[in-house]
Design a binder for this molecule. Sequence first.
Ligand code: PAN
Ligand code: ZN
Length: 202
Amino acid sequence: MKPVVEDKMVVEPFSVGWDPKDGVMDNPDNHIERYLKNLTNMWIDKNAVEQYLKEYGNTLVYEVYEKEIPHRDGEIQFCSSITHPGKIGKEYFMTKGHFHARRDTAEIYYCLLGKGYMLMEKEDGEFYLEEMYPGRTVYVPGHYAHRSINVGENALISLAVYAGDAGHDYGSIETSGFKHAVIEKDGKPRIIENPRFGKMLE
Ligand code: PAN
Ligand code: ZN
């Protein structure tokens, strides 16, 4: 664990190299890697998770590169978000997804490579699915949990930009999940109701 950045930390102007072909950032402060073994509860088909692990081993599902910016109002957080291609059963590789801890903070995702969707869902179940492909920007308003879903053959790579003090709240998504899921049906992505909604940990 990195030490929490002192809130009074002064940020000097800086720039950072970031390869739009693979999303890799030069000298990131954090490189977060999420492997399947730590994401076993977020899929619809639990048997498919076991099956996948047996067949392919512990696989990198997504990763994030970021610079450490103080978590305070007025700053802007940014990162490259890379979701790898793959499927657990019929369900595409995706990020855990979260609400922002400060619920009213928005985010934009500027997609550079790949093909996918941003699933955005409010606590009352109202949801939107926006396409992600190179050159497309998704605006995620406050109060929407959001998750990137890769429906393509290659990595889905975006630059995500959000409020300095947004924070991440993963709790309710980990326990309840999203009400909706994107799965492959007849070779195409299709949205369905999540049959495990409300009981992801059971
Ligand atoms: C993104 C996400 C990133 C990884 O930077 O954090 O895509 O997804 P999870 O955070 O759901 O694991 C973002 O939305 N930040 O707020
Ligand atoms: Zn976010």
